[in-house]
Design a binder for this molecule. Sequence first.
Ligand code: HBI
Ligand code: FE
Length: 295
Amino acid sequence: MSATAKLKEQFDAGLVTRDDFTIDQPLARYGDVDHAVWTHLYARQAALLDGRVCDEFLAGLAKLGLPADRVPSFDALNRQLRAATGFEVVAVPGLVPERVFFEHLAHRRFPVTWWMRRPDQLDYLQEPDCFHDLFGHVPLLIDPIFADYMQAYGRTALACADDPLALPLFARLYWYTVEFGLLRDAASPNGVRIYGAGIVSSKSETLYSQHSDSPNRLAFSLERVLRTRYRIDTFQKTYFAIDDFRQLFDLAQTDLRALVAKWADAPAYGAGDVLPTDTVITRGSGEGWRSAGDI
Ligand code: HBI
Ligand code: FE
């Protein structure tokens, strides 16, 4: 559903959306089913992530104090978040236009979809819902280094938001770090731990990204990621693993604009490609991959 159609749906539902696409979180609209879906997903992921997700996520989750048994109030969690890194969560109807998204990140605001998925969407939904955004993304915004990266990413992407050739490269960087990033950890299965929100909020991708023989796991390289297509309809064919969050912060200090301009019209690599120059942590079998559909 397009952002405009979603806005109309929200307007028709009596939810007034401001110019920056934010709304007041309609706490009264959460029913017992919404709270039950949150409770189920929270319990499932919290149990699964222990020992698989990075320490910074668990520390952030503990510090945020997200309730396990009901959809959280954004105002309540913003008190912890603001005090920690100056970030705050703002409620939105769903995916917002890129420029709006970058503008919020540049000002330490993270857009969180207000509605919860239905019970029949527990294992997959295309558009991020409140659980994906809040449980998947927000605990890491408590980490000062990760928060700095998110703001630096937003600022640079905003500066390039009018360049249609640059946008896909910023989307790839976000996809292979914030959404599906891994951390190198020799003591963990396949030498990786999880930090990307798209993995953290998904039972099946939590298991697949760390344990499956199918995907490639490669050491993160900024220029490689800027040139690599990705999947939005299946598990990732390739995951990129950073050494630590300082590596993300440092890349945001490089001249990202110049790098994006350098590669903006270069041919992109396929989502499952492995190059001779790659540092391969594990080379995937490719089992179950679909050829068409790389974004
Ligand atoms: N809007 N609400 C919302 N959440 C996102 O994650 C989001 C978005 N709009 C655009 C967008 N992400 C992409 O541009 C990023 O993935 C780069
Ligand atoms: Fe997300």
